[in-house]
Design a protein around this ligand. Structure first.
Ligand SMILES: *Cc1c(COP(=O)(O)O)cnc(C)c1O
Length: 227
């Protein structure tokens, strides 16, 4: 695992340098869904400093076992409003906010916890019916509304393109997300930051880095194929 993790970090750094970016401007989210707490602990010892989890109940079990470890917890799966309280207690960054209702639920729980919850807005660039995320055309309106909430802070955008065998095919989706980020940043919406772009997985993260990713979410290349 240590070797795999190091190889992924080396590839991230090489991809950043190849497009004249500072390697430190890209952070690795080690996606640990379906990976048990013992292996996650080993990944932390091997140098993973951000974990990405998809399911609240699974994350709670691991969080209870590992909460004192030096690692940040990110939520990257679909989140239901009625799970907001668990999400706010555990996660440093929630990548997958795609509705005002969810943002309001997070805001309310964050206020109770005297926390400001950092979030990303998930955008469904490909407009696939099955995918979570707000349509790009509706993102500005959603983000403007969320910007008025005091206990959540928008830090950027996240997307998940359709699955392709060839990573180059994902490039147009990454590029569109980066353009949308530039447009929203240019609009200067009060209370909204646009420094983060969460995009790129095992099969396509180098292309995502070339298009501006600041957070890459990688599971298989670190932990092996999921069952
Ligand atoms: C599972 C998952 C990943 C990681 O996928 P790999 O192909 O294993 O790297 C990234 N992002 C999200 C949202 C996921 O659900």
């Amino acid at each position: 695992m240590k070797e795999r993790l190091q190889r992924v970090k080396d590839r991230i750094a090489a991809a950043a340098r190849a497009c004249d970016r500072d390697p430190d401007s890209v952070r690795l989210v080690a996606v640990s869904k379906t990976v048990d707490a013992d292996r996650v602990a080993r990944a932390i010892e091997a140098g993973a400093d951000i974990l990405g989890e998809n399911y609240i109940q699974e994350a709670r079990d691991k969080f209870n076992a590992l909460y004192d470890r030096p690692v940040a917890w990110h939520f990257i799966g679909h989140l239901q409003s009625n799970k907001a309280k668990y999400a706010v207690r555990m996660f440093d960054l929630i990548h997958s906010v795609d509705s005002h209702k969810l943002a309001k639920a997070l805001d309310k729980e964050a206020r109770k916890n005297e926390k400001v919850q950092d979030i990303l807005i998930q955008v469904n660039i490909s407009q696939e019916e099955t995918k979570s995320g707000i349509d790009a055309a509706e993102a500005v309106e959603l983000i403007t509304g969320i910007g008025t909430l005091e206990n959540v802070r928008v830090k950027g955008l996240m997307t998940m393109p359709p699955f392709f065998d060839q990573p180059e095919k994902a490039r147009p989706y990454f590029r569109q997300l980066a353009r949308l980020r530039d447009r929203i940043a240019g609009a200067g919406i009060p209370g909204v930051g646009m420094e983060e772009l969460s995009m790129g997985m095992t099969g396509d993260f180098e292309v995502a880095i070339a298009e501006g990713a600041t957070l890459v979410r990688i599971g298989t290349a670190i932990f092996g194929a999921r069952q």
